[in-house]
Design a protein around this ligand. Structure first.
Ligand SMILES: Nc1ncnc2c1ncn2[C@@H]1O[C@H](COP(=O)(O)OP(=O)(O)OP(=O)(O)O)[C@@H](O)[C@H]1O
Ligand SMILES: [Mg+2]
Length: 243
């Protein structure tokens, strides 16, 4: 009999088996198998329209699974509504409309903390990475720059203390120095909090810098999967994105 600890180590953080989903008649994700290991970062890459966001929406329960299952730490979550999935310490940062633009910065963060004391602690912590946050608590989130909004989104995801983090294209439109900053923040916070991270990316350099493994999605199926440190990983991914 394996010990309880050993069994816990082999249960993936997140597991999709034979997963299909889409919109009405249009099947976008096709019998997809994908495993996010405990504590790892997996980058999901692919050209526009390949189904990356659709996959995250399905995992979170915003879209129903047409076939297959999604398991979170061994428990089936497919079929549950998004709020019940989020309550199991899963944070999801969608590609679009992730902030409440008419709420101020502080109120956007209040959505994921219990009280004012927790907010103050969280703001002091993320302020160490993104100093504009404590300075602009009363500014409407919709009036922040695009880059600041992305940093606020990441900060909000981190302070929700997730066990599993799903992030959809956080680097879109960011200048290289901010992208580098995000890599550092994610690395430090993952070491501190131990979450497992599934990150959708178009930026291959960022993806390989931040992720332990990568997967390329093509027409709703995994076309390539490997370790970021593999020789030739970058060239292979770029080829996939070109073809
Ligand atoms: N709400 C929707 N209704 C119908 N079809 C949709 C809807 N959202 C996405 N699709 C279609 O599903 C397919 C996959 O879209 P998805 O947004 O998952 O791609 P993606 O890989 O995230 O692309 P991108 O890199 O541009 O964000 C596309 O063909 C898209 O047109
Ligand atoms: Mg997308």
């Amino acid at each position: 009999m394996p010990s309880v600890t050993l069994m816990a180590e082999v249960i993936p953080a997140l597991e999709c088996r034979g997963l299909s989903s889409g919109y009405g008649e249009a099947v976008v994700i096709r019998h997809l198998d994908l495993v996010l290991r405990q504590g790892e970062t997996l980058a999901l890459l692919g050209k526009n329209g390949m189904g990356k966001s659709t996959l995250l929406k399905t995992v979170m329960g915003y879209l129903p699974a047409l076939a297959g299952t999604v398991r979170l730490e061994g428990r089936t979550i497919s079929g549950l509504p998004p709020q019940r999935i989020a309550r199991q310490a899963v944070s999801y940062t969608p590609q679009d409309q992730a902030l409440f633009p008419d709420l101020n910065v502080g109120d956007n963060l209040r959505l994921v903390v219990d009280d004012e004391r927790a907010l103050r602690t969280a703001v002091a912590h993320v302020g160490g990475y993104f100093p504009f946050i404590p300075d602009r608590l009363t500014q409407k989130a919709g009036t922040l720059s695009g880059g600041e909004q992305k940093m606020l989104l990441l900060a909000r995801a981190l302070i929700s203390a997730p066990r599993v983090m799903l992030v959809d294209e956080i680097t879109e439109g960011l200048q290289p120095s901010v992208v580098t900053r995000l890599v550092e923040v994610l690395r430090v916070e993952q070491r501190r909090l131990g979450f497992s991270l599934l990150i959708v990316e178009q930026n291959v350099r960022f993806a390989l810098a931040v992720a332990d493994r990568y997967a390329v999605l093509k027409q709703g199926e995994i076309a390539d999967l490997g370790a970021s440190a593999d020789a030739g990983a970058e060239t292979r991914i770029i080829d996939h994105l070109r073809l």
